[in-house]
Design a protein around this ligand. Sequence first.
Ligand code: ARG
Length: 453
Amino acid sequence: MAKKMWAGRFEKATDKDVNDYNSSLPFDCKMYSQDIEGSIAHSQMLAKQGVISQKDAEDIKNGLLSIKEDIESGKLTFDSDAEDIHMFIEEELTDRIGDAGKRLHTGRSRNDQVALDQRLYLVDEAGEITELLGGLIDVLVDIAKDNLTTYMPGYTHLQRAQPITYAHYLTAYIEMFRRDLDRIEAAKERANISPLGSGALAGTTYPLDREAVADALGMNGVTFCSLDGVADRDFAIEFASACSILMMHLSRMSEEIILYASQEFKFYELDDAYSTGSSMMPQKKNPDVAELTRGKTGRVYGDLISLLVIMKGLPLTYNKDMQEVQEAMFDCIETIKAVLVPFTGMMKTMTIRKDNMEAAALGGFTNATDLADYLVKKGLPFRETHAISGKLVHFCIENNTTLEKLPLDKLKEFSPAFEEDVYDAISLKTCVEGRSLIGGPNPETVKKYLDEL
Ligand code: ARG
């Protein structure tokens, strides 16, 4: 095992099992690029401040870039007993450029370094995730635009309630995902602050220019307390929390996809490329993508809970427990990315069974409220009209028919206020178009909303 950089005060080498247990290299190697980026910014600043020579800074930069290149080409692999990515890169750098490599860590601790790397990594990944989520929103908007007058039942208690359109239904999820996008963006902006200069916990006596480093890294500013700078992992928790809410939305939508693709609903026909079969039952076509999304929601919640529990009892400032933050954060990122791609593809390729949606809207007495409202317009009080409409629904159920199929003289038996115009008043078209207030299902209203996005 290579000698530890901190071995000065030790008389024995680290036990092999302890080293394996302690090492974060198997997972923090993901952050090699951010680690190198941060080290270049730090060393350039050190030279500018006169802490190291310009020549050393140049050697460090070139050395780090060559390491990056070799990692990316596969020439340099992470099979090493180094304690973490920071040590791995620094050891490699010193092997390559000698003493200058040993000057890189001046005025820095792994405590502020790892906090920086994680923030930079999160910022990069959050950017990718917002791209993917934006792509899903775009697909939903396109489908909605094609379905402004596709009638379907809206549900409460999973019982048919009132007629809406499929476009209106989709705008509900578009709204949820737009809020998710905002939350992830906000978490990203708050993460994009540099802790470098916090040192191990108490800052450093070197004349570091913290702001210059933050600027060079494209960050929004610097942290204001060195203790907090190394001890804070809120950024990971906030991000996982935004991701958990996103997963909750994806999971609710998945639940509906699973229902709507069933033979009981038949609103959706999933594309063959986005569904799976059964090894035993030849007729099966299963909505695995939606089910896995629903399942992976638990996993992301687990990441959030892990993060909260890891951090809850830690005294200031850095504690090794915090290394565990990385795996939960990485898992959250990987899971969200893994979910969004096939989920978007599934939505994009599925067939909407408009006929079945409309038949369901016609079948469930979804216009019973509008029938009651019709009588209100004829001058009756709503509580009375509600009762009349209820009695008519009961009559229809007994006689296996629907409200709009009842002849006028039958309707008049329930209330003399009914006239010929009732049929228009309770058609799906009128029910939907009449709800033209902001947020309602009226096709023009929904179109305006979609156009404005
Ligand atoms: N691998 C460590 C982590 O992720 C880096 C920081 C180590 N700091 C220390 N004082 N041992 O937390």
